[in-house]
Design a protein around this ligand. Structure first.
Ligand code: KG4
Ligand code: ZN
Length: 342
């Protein structure tokens, strides 16, 4: 089954053709990041306009590169939630038009489910159930993936997402948006024990186990540290600060994920989302999972960020579960990952 998939939830316009949920025949990503960098973050109105300009060409290119004419496509899939509403609407409306004109079923896909499914493209042997850390610019979830279309959230961030925290700390140090990658690179050159940063642990109600995150304190600590140093005219060893930040963020992400894995009894752990590209997180999880005898999976770097191949992968399983939509499909800025019926 060939699925033409479309992704436009944030600042990448992407299209891909995916065969049977596991093989990407093409994957085209048109990034707008250079333009948003001028403003230090994504400007929603600009994102919507650029999606509208790029989408036809990106979809055509994905079909051409796959060598798949529209007549050989069996369904159209699109990210419909969560994300920037104006950006999502461009993809959703394009997919609806294509589905109507070509007489193809329409498959709505949840963006975080798609991030998880990026792993199915890279790891043919991977099947649910497994425990997954999904960390991106907008979300940080620990999810029990029961089967391809059933999810239970075990932990979530109470404030900032992990990627957002990376980007804001990087921005405070003067790095261009999105600074997560550069902060990661500079962390490798610094001393992780140079600065002591807060490591909040979110408590459960009445001492119940809790796997939630809180990243805003870490971000504020970096901003305050830089501010105080500037006021006193003191120099900050930025590579050391990057390394100390990375150590703290990775401690939080890996610590909660491993505690949740232990409690769940699942012995397969999966990383997903933009932050799963982080070198410190990958190294730490590899070491900890090896020590515990867990199988660890992460997408290749090319599939960690937003792309449409992952949307096509998840769409295959949504279609098989009967999760298709009519032309009344709408985009939603927020939607829990558990919700199946669109
Ligand atoms: O999944 P994604 O591409 O978009 C969203 O759905 O949000 O995630 C983007 C986020 C950004 O915050 C970016 O800085 C972060 O992932 N990111 C990283 C790294 N690569 C991307 N954060 C830390 N280390 C990295 N190597
Ligand atoms: Zn994403």
């Amino acid at each position: 089954m060939n699925i033409l998939a479309i992704e436009s939830s944030c600042d990448e316009t992407a299209a891909a053709v995916v065969e049977d949920g596991r093989r990407a025949l093409s994957s085209v990503v048109a990034s707008q990041v250079e333009e948003h960098r001028l403003y230090g973050g994504v400007v929603p109105e600009i994102a919507s306009r650029r999606h509208a300009e790029a989408i036809s060409g990106v979809v055509r290119q994905a079909l051409e590169e796959a060598g798949t004419p529209l007549s050989a496509v069996d369904a159209v899939a699109v990210t419909c939630a969560p994300g920037l509403i104006g950006a999502l609407l461009v993809g959703v409306n394009f997919a609806k038009g294509l589905s109507l004109s070509a007489g193809l079923p329409l498959v709505p896909v949840h963006h975080l489910r798609a991030h998880i499914a990026a792993n199915y493209l890279a790891h043919p042997e991977l099947e649910p159930p497994f425990l997954c850390l999904v960390a991106s610019g907008g979300h940080s979830h620990i999810v029990r993936v029961e089967d391809y279309t059933r999810f239970t959230v075990l932990g979530r961030t109470r404030d900032d997402a992990a990627g957002e925290c990376y980007d804001k700390a990087a921005r405070a140090m003067g790095m261009p948006y999105p600074g997560g990658v550069e902060l990661d690179r500079r962390a490798a050159r610094g001393n992780p024990d140079a600065y002591r940063l807060p490591h909040p642990r979110v408590e459960g109600k009445d001492g119940a186990p809790c796997y939630d995150f809180s990243f805003s304190g870490l971000k504020t600590a970096v901003v305050n540290l830089l501010h105080n140093a500037a006021q006193k005219g003191e120099a900050v060893a930025e590579d050391d600060l990057c390394a100390s930040f990375q150590k703290t963020a990775v401690d939080m992400l890996a610590g909660n994920t491993l505690r949740a894995a232990e409690a769940s009894g699942l012995r397969t752990v999966v990383l997903a989302g933009g932050v799963s590209a982080n070198s410190g997180l990958r190294a730490r999880m590899e070491e900890e999972c090896r020590r515990r005898g867990y199988a660890l999976y992460a997408p290749p770097l090319s599939l960690c960020g937003d792309n449409a191949a992952m949307v096509g992968a998840q769409a295959y399983y949504e279609f098989r579960a009967g999760h298709t939509a009519g032309l009344d499909l709408n985009a939603c800025a927020t939607m829990p990952i558990e919700r199946a019926a669109f």
